[in-house]
Ligand binder design. Structure first.
Ligand SMILES: Nc1ncnc2c1ncn2[C@@H]1O[C@H](COP(=O)(O)OP(=O)(O)OP(=O)(O)O)[C@@H](O)[C@H]1O
Length: 252
């Protein structure tokens, strides 16, 4: 089943007399349960694409749908509600609130949705077990490590049971040990059916996905599927594609 569908998405930013075509023509589908990595050099259009999928920005033209719902024409209130109800976010810098303990950080999206406390606790238990954060819940974000903070942020993203988990450089601020822990967790979460779309500069992170899209100059330049190959073979292909991507000009 197709969960996310983009058709000929364009995003043009006007800067005085000049126009920047951040996205020129992007079309792709994401099936429910898929795990898609998006890679590309700085300025390729990854953040612009993620913002549009996240309903934080709108395309200049083209169509974007999640579960058949058109995201390209939403007003601000509708988009905010849509994000709360359908999307989960994980950011490079965790974006946790230091004035709340970890449990309350995780509960925040459910509090905004006026969920009863008992239901929040029920939802938290299996997630906390899965992410191994049960002993951290009463502490504050500034009392735990970066890797632990990122796991709290993943719990906050998953607690609303989002249709789509959007991750923007989720391993960008982590050391290699915590990167591996986080990527293993994403793997487990995806195996339980969670659809994931992750923007990353890391070939290692992308090698955990089922599919990698390479963006250059606002178009999808190349695409790789992991299929049945080993992660190391997939990683090697991703690294080779990145080298090829860096050395070629696209469509200009
Ligand atoms: N608000 C804006 N106004 C004008 N130009 C913009 C705006 N946002 C992005 N751009 C331009 O659009 C292009 C794509 O930017 P984008 O941030 O999507 O790239 P990126 O792939 O996420 O880069 P990075 O990896 O460095 O974050 C760049 O040329 C950028 O300068």
């Amino acid at each position: 089943m197709t969960l996310l569908k983009l058709e000929h998405v364009q995003r043009v930013f006007a800067e005085g007399k000049f126009q920047v075509q951040a996205l020129r023509d992007i079309s792709f589908d994401v099936a429910a349960g898929d795990y898609v990595a998006i890679m590309g050099e700085s300025g390729a259009g990854k953040t612009t694409l993620l913002n549009i999928i996240a309903t934080l920005d709108q395309p200049s033209s083209g169509k974007i749908e999640l579960n058949g719902q058109d995201l390209s024409q939403m007003g601000e209130n509708q988009a905010a509600r849509f994000r709360r109800e359908h999307l989960g976010f994980v950011f490079q810098n965790f974006n946790l609130l230091d004035t709340f303990n970890n449990r309350d950080n995780i509960f925040l999206p459910l509090v905004l949705a006026k969920t009863p406390y008992e239901k929040m606790e029920q939802r938290l238990k299996p997630i906390a077990n899965q992410l191994q954060i049960s002993d951290l819940l009463d502490r504050f974000p500034y009392e735990i490590s970066g890797g632990q903070r990122q796991r709290i942020a993943v719990a906050r993203a998953l607690i609303t049971q989002p249709e789509l988990l959007l991750a923007d450089e989720p391993t960008g601020a982590l050391d290699s040990k915590n990167t591996n822990i986080l990527l293993d967790l994403f793997d487990v979460v995806n195996t339980t059916g969670q659809t994931i779309l992750m923007v990353t500069h890391s070939a290692l992170a992308a090698s955990y996905s089922k599919r990698t899209l390479f963006i250059k100059d606002g178009v999808i330049y190349h695409e790789l599927y992991r299929g049945e190959q080993s992660r190391s073979a997939y990683l090697e292909k991703i690294s080779l594609s990145l080298t090829a991507l860096a050395s070629k000009k696209v469509g200009k």
